[in-house]
Write a protein that binds this ligand. Sequence first.
Ligand code: PLP
Length: 285
Amino acid sequence: RVAYVNGAYVRHADAAVHIEDRGYQLADAIYEVWAMSDGRLCDPEGHFARLERSLGELSIDMPMSRAALTTVLKETVRRNHIRDGLVYLQVSRGVAPRDHAFPAEPVPPAVVVTVKRVDPQAAEARATAGVGVITTPENRWGRCDIKTVGLLPNVLAKQAAREAGSAEAWFIDADGLVTEGASSNAWIVTADGVLVTRDTTANILRGVTRATLLEVARTENLRIEERPFSLEEARRAREAFFTGAGALLMPVVAIDGQPVGEGRPGPVASRLRRLYIEEARAAAI
Ligand code: PLP
């Protein structure tokens, strides 16, 4: 296996950053994840745009142009001989003696790329069966729109899900509203057939898969609402699912152990998953 670290392709086992990297010490770093289909990057523009936005919010310069970064991402994929999986990019502010404030003299950002294989058949089997989610109180900071590596609440939520035999955890805010998943955006098809996902003016990550899926859904004869929905509404929904570069679109068949709808993947989720995958493959670079 091969990773990209600060300008070089190195053996994954030898890949390392400095102990005073600010990403390591302070989570002063952001990341992006692209799904990869047949060796190509899915939703490239959406992820680049969000990368630039996350970096901008942290006042870190883009470490290289989009074109150069595309080359690095694709070259890392190529050297790993992986066709289907996930490409992970992390950019930290760089290495400096520990101090909360930015280094007075700017340092070069640290750039790391790794690749992970995903078995498309196993993913398809999971989607055909559907998965369960648990719920957990929303306890994250107020800037979930920044894709920072500061993910401890998400880590603890996902671990709780795993221990409960579930695939994902949905955060529930103080008003009983579903914000999003630990690593995905949440959706329902309401009892009267409306496709609902939370609007991105809220404190959630602006999922790239979410945005593309909305475009796909708009070509279908579906009523769509971007608005908050409550856990109560989700429990009464016909269908539920979540989206993200990792899961693509994953039907949810149970919330906290209670079946959603008929307790199996619904027709809207199944159709949208197929349409999303077709669209993402067609637009991949
Ligand atoms: N929400 C959170 C908290 C995430 O970590 C992710 C992705 O990892 C998403 C939503 C989905 O975003 P995307 O579709 O861009 O992968």
